[in-house]
Design a protein around this ligand. Structure first.
Ligand SMILES: NC(=O)c1ccc[n+]([C@@H]2O[C@H](COP(=O)([O-])OP(=O)(O)OC[C@H]3O[C@@H](n4cnc5c(N)ncnc54)[C@H](OP(=O)(O)O)[C@@H]3O)[C@@H](O)[C@H]2O)c1
Length: 344
């Protein structure tokens, strides 16, 4: 399934009583105190907001593959222990710092944080908050930054996908894969071949708009794609699996095709046989969504805003596989990745 979002479990009345500027208040947060161990849910003391910061009443936080990797010490960024995981969240503004004029108390916002979203509240730089337009529910909004920004960056910004082109997406029923299908089909008017590891996942991908499916647990991905599109191949590949799946996808590309590496969910990083790039004039490129926030913020911000706009216009529909309460995260320490990978 796609990214999982969770909601707070305390009634809003309780939160309102505790919310408000100043110290002395406490809120609950998920804490990773030791790698590969269950998360703890603890009361944490509120800090004052600094001039450029905003305190947000967090309603939903996306649970992503990367969160599991971070909590296992296997992500490219390694926060100091203890830390609160959670890279994307939605909520309402509780308090703003003295220099903040972009949002005000009560505004509905999406936040893209380093590691602090899985908590009842969060303090964040105002630059990494985006207003949620009317009509977009907080729950759906929380799932947009990681999977949809990745999908749009990969398809539009990196692969320059054009209408009518054929896109092959692997791990198609994962959060990223489903977002790729949604954007490719409903925004870019491309044709999607969804490749996944079970019939259930393939049928979910089909329901999300894929035109064709391949269950790569049952045979060669390259042969199955060839049966679908002939020897011409596909124009674009978005690969989140790596290993042999990546290599077969690379071999499925058409003349001047583009393959975008977004992840290695299968655990193996493949080497690119450079002769394949030469023979068919194909391009292999990588994408790391979070790096755009640091290196090219205007592009990151424009793409997140366009995801919000597509959602408001009803052109994309994020798939939410499950919603957990904060305290339920504690019971799913090692299993989150599998929970996040299976349709409920
Ligand atoms: N580069 C970026 O900026 C970026 C952004 C978002 C995600 N990612 C990466 O993209 C990958 C997928 O992320 P996601 O959010 O789509 O995750 P997800 O919702 O948890 O889905 C993961 C999918 O990966 C496939 N998979 C293959 N081998 C696996 C294994 N050993 N364990 C678990 N899943 C496995 C599964 O599909 P099948 O069974 O169908 O193969 C599964 O549905 C991850 O590596 C993630 O880190 C990268």
């Amino acid at each position: 399934m796609a990214a999982v979002a969770w909601g707070r479990c305390f009634p809003r009345v309780w939160l309102r009583r505790r919310a408000g500027p100043g110290c002395g208040r406490h809120y609950r947060a998920a804490l990773c105190a030791e790698l590969k161990q269950p998360l703890a849910i603890e009361e944490v003391a509120s800090c004052p907001v600094r001039p450029h910061e905003v305190r947000v009443d967090v309603h939903f936080c996306g649970v992503n593959f990367a969160d599991i990797l971070v909590c296992r010490g296997q992500y490219q960024e390694k926060p100091q222990l203890p830390f609160t995981p959670g890279m994307e969240f939605s909520g309402t503004v509780l308090e703003t710092g003295t220099d903040v004029s972009t949002v005000k108390e009560g505004d509905r916002v999406i936040g893209v944080s380093g590691f602090n979203g899985m908590a009842e509240e969060c303090i964040i730089d105002h630059k990494t908050l985006w207003q949620i337009p009317e009509g977009v529910p907080l729950r759906e909004a929380a799932t947009l930054p990681v999977s949809y920004v990745t999908a749009i960056l990969a398809l539009e910004h990196r692969a320059c996908t054009r209408p009518g082109e054929t896109v092959l997406v692997t791990a198609a029923a994962g959060a990223t894969g489903l977002a790729v299908i949604d954007v490719a089909t409903n925004v870019l008017q491309a044709k999607v071949i969804a490749a996944a590891g079970s019939d259930e996942k393939c049928s979910l991908a089909m329901r999300k708009g894929a035109q064709s499916i391949v269950n790569y647990s049952q045979g060669s991905l390259k042969e199955a794609v060839r049966k679908l599109v002939g020897s011409d191949g596909v124009n674009v590949v978005i690969d989140a699996v790596g290993g042999d799946v990546f290599l077969e996808a690379l071999r499925s590309l058409a003349w001047e095709g583009r393959i975008v590496v977004v992840g290695f969910a299968g655990g193996t990083i493949a080497s690119v046989p450079a002769n394949l790039l030469l023979l068919k004039n194909v391009s292999a490129m990588g994408l790391y969504w979070g790096r755009y926030k640091e290196q090219n913020f205007p592009v990151f911000s424009r793409i997140l805003s366009s995801a919000l706009q597509y959602c408001q216009q009803g052109r994309i529909q994020p798939h939410i596989g499950a919603v957990f309460k904060l305290e339920e995260l504690r019971q799913r320490p090692q299993k989150i990745c599998y929970v996040a990978s299976e349709e409920k």
